[in-house]
Design a protein. Sequence first.
Length: 435
Amino acid sequence: MKRILNKETPGYPDQEVKVAGWVDTRRDHGKIVFIDLRDRTGILQVVCQPDLVKDVKEEYVLEIAGLVQKRPSHTVNKDMVTGEVELRAQQVKILAKAASLPFDFMGKDLNLNLPTLLDYRPLTVRNLEIKNIFKVSESIVESFRKTLRSLDFTEFQSPNIVPVVAEGGADVFHIDYYKYDAYLAQSPQIYKQIMLGAFERVFTVAHVYRAEPSVTTRHMAEFTSLDAEMAFIDSWQDLMDTCETIIRNIFADLKPLKIDVPNLGQEIPKIKMREVQKIILERTGRNNLKEPDLSPEDEQEICLWAREKYGSDVVFITHYPTLKRPFYTHEDPVDPDYTLSFDVLCRGLEIVTGGQRINEYDKLVKNIKKWGNKTDTFSFYLQAFKYGMPPEGGFAFGLERIVKQVLNLKNIREAAPFPRDMERIDNKLKKTRKK
């Protein structure tokens, strides 16, 4: 007999079937035992004679053959796909045993601190609420892909091992690549620009790495970047328009999951960074007018402002200082001290960064030197511009940050199945270092 999934059992009334899964809960009622069997599609109630499930505990993996029957009307559970049926067990086979559980991890409100949650990740990932976090993550990636494909973008695979640091700064992971120096990629920026010469519009879903010496609720050493780049733009407004389309589609595609998605107005507001700092000063008295970037408190405050004034939980912040953006960022021709760049904030946290890029070869070479780099280390990248690159630009979404903000999670590590930070690679790192 071929196994069927739990959700399929209502289609087999009064028929014998075989199902398999984990024991979610066991309830003993004298001469009868109720097993809630869990598979990838949900829960199925199984009615067993005690001798069939002797010594069977939670998380045992079972294969059960039995007869599908309608539940008594007073026991129907309309919140479950299988809520109108149950399986009367005839044969039970133990596929794998499970040790005694360290805690109850299946409750709706899994009241564990973050270290414990992650220390037991192979177990806690089975919790329904936690599983749903990663279904949201999957939906976001799928929506991103679907939207860009509909706009004639081509997906490519970007490398994780790179010879140069594209984003600048010292927060990179150096690796020994045979007898050569190399790095884990901070972003797929160089490669998506190169690929424009072949496809004009490209995107990639890439793992990227930042050796930031901090343990915060918003940073990780490894995260997933949803990157897009487009050529033949008329202006950098094209980039923000495409970005906004992606955001609106992501939120629309999440609504069937019954999520309280962030609010969007008729148009997502756009405001220059220096104007933001003036608003912050007026609203809070904090004078950050000379700062080159927004503080986390500023980001939260301007999102409150956007919600109050525009009814939007999302806001574009534009025109960041030229010297605080990577060398390839295009300056504003009207005010060269600032760039045609933007961040998107959602509920107080940056979830997207992007902007127009420099596409002129000579100007790129000049900027590489100005930012303190050597042009020969970027010779591979510069080929794309030496032999013709149209006006272009792009942006990148931080997947885990979107998940965090959409679900109002307290810590970004909750949004990653297996987060990496200064203190953890699966298990918490020991205080010793390899010599």
